[in-house]
Every structure is written in C-alpha cells, then in structure tokens.
Ligand binder design. Sequence first.
Ligand code: NI
Length: 268
Amino acid sequence: MPLEQLFDNLWTQYIVESPDAKEIYDLFVAHGEIVVNDHIAIRTFDDARVNIKVLGRFFEDLGYKECGEYNFAVKKLYAKHYEHTNDETKPKIFISELITSEFSPFVQDTVKKLIDSIPRTKLNSSELLYSGTLWGELDYDVYQKLLSESEYAAWLYVFGFRANHFTVFLNYMTKLKSVEEVNKFIKANGYKLNSSGGEIKGTTADLLEQSSTMANEVKVKFKQGTYSVLNSYYEFARRYPKPDGKLYQGFVAASADKIFESTDVTTK
Ligand code: NI
C-alpha cells in the first residue's frame, strides 16, 4: 500500500471516533491555513507479534527510519519515533508499547489472549495498523480490570489498532503563528483543551511546544451493554531550531507523558 493511502486510511478511521479533529482541521482550512501533520501516534503492546518493531517495519518499508527512543517509567511504556528518510513534510510516526511484564498476571494473560486471537494474515499486513479490535466481543469487566492497572491497556483493549492521534505541524501555518494563538482559536470555536500541566506542554528551550484538545467520548458496545469511553484528541506542535539551524524533530518525554493524560478517565 502506498504511504499516502496508509495515512488516508488511518485518518479516515481516526476521525470517526475523534470527530473534533476533523472539525478543527476544517476550521483551519477555512481560516486559510496549510495543515501539515507533524506526527501520528500509534499505541501497541510489547508482544513480539505486534510490538514497535513489527509496526515500525511497515513504515520502514515505506521510506521511514528509526530515530529517537523514549521511556515512560510511571506509565510503563517504551516508545520510538520514525522519520521519513528524505521528505520532511511527511509526518513522523510515534509508536509506543505497553511493557506488559511490569503488570499483573491478569494483564499479561489478557494481552496474550488478545494477540492470540488476531488472524495470522492480519499480522503480516500494514492493514493491521488500522484494523481496530481484532478480538471479538468486548467485556466491560475486563475493561474495568485493565483500567485499574493501566489506562493505556484499557484504551488498547477497547479501540485496538488505529492512530491514537494526529498532530498539526504549526510551523507550516501562516496566520496562527504561535501555540497560544492556535489555542485561542480552538477555544473560541468551542473546543476544550487539555490543561494537565498547563495548556502548553514543553518550552522553547525544549525546542518543542505542544497542546491538545480533550478526548472525544464515544459509545462503545460491550457484552454487558453500551458505555461511554474516551477515545482520543487532536494535537498541535510547534518546533524550534537546534543550534545547527535545523528544526528539532524529536519528542519531549515529560510533555508526551502529560498529553497521554488527555485520554485518562481519572483526570478528566
Ligand atoms: Ni503526540
């Protein structure tokens, strides 16, 4: 599958359950802005059948290379980012994985069973990236038990393989020049921003400033009935040049850590 097709498929799936992203994208376009994606974030488990290495390979096959790596000790996550080898306008890909061995036998056992139930043919295709849940009917008790240990594990259980979020690359915008202006524009249009750790995560000294909307709530069908669950948010990033004059392309773990909380039901 060509890269642009893969991005289209990820975006199409993402905006169904994060409709604010499409509405804000449309507002930017109507405002005369150029909307380029800074990065697409993808979540997975560290199981060798679906881990970062496996998902990253799909992007490597399409011209990407592995760049930075990140540790989120409290959330027990590990992440890597990938950049396109020769096109800076292509979004970076940020893939994180849950370190399941650091959780209870229940989590480890549940994750193994989920991955066991994925059809083999799905595991070898980049379609896996936007195939959602591949483990049949969802059980609300399992969701609650996962949630008590890890919001990330519970989110993956309910939403499966998909883009967790897309991020607008503010450096390409021509009118809304700062993160503050973008935040003001978004709030004036009636959307809420994640204010965990302040509306703007990161500083010019970090070479990366980010903000994000609060996650959209979606109705999810479980064996026991339909419940509201937070899906995901839309993110905005502005990057600053390194001493060599090139824009910093990495991520700031402390800021990403705060942004993960946009989908945290406990800090809503
Ligand atoms: Ni992000």
